[in-house]
Design a protein. Structure first.
Length: 82
């Protein structure tokens, strides 16, 4: 098991997403990835894995305003399989 710290998190309005994928390469810790599921519009949408820094890069590049970013006062630790 590996411990990953999250300094923040995001909520994603997946039903508003048009699947442009701009957020994926913009994410410095690389914790966003596209789902295999599709929303009501027929587009795949991003999912968040542990390790978010709360940097807001996803929020800044999203043309559809799908992200809300929150920073934790104290980082959360997540156990993930290596």
């Amino acid at each position: 098991m590996t411990i990953i710290r999250s300094h923040g998190t995001v909520t994603i309005a997946s039903e508003r997403c048009k699947g442009c994928e701009l957020c994926i390469p913009a994410c410095p810790p690389g914790v966003l990835h596209m789902s295999s599921a599709r929303n009501g519009l027929g587009f795949r949408y991003p999912l968040l894995s542990p390790g978010c820094t709360g940097c807001r890069a996803c929020l800044l590049v999203c043309p559809d305003f799908c992200f809300e970013v929150y920073r934790y006062e104290t980082p959360l630790e997540h156990e993930v399989s290596a």
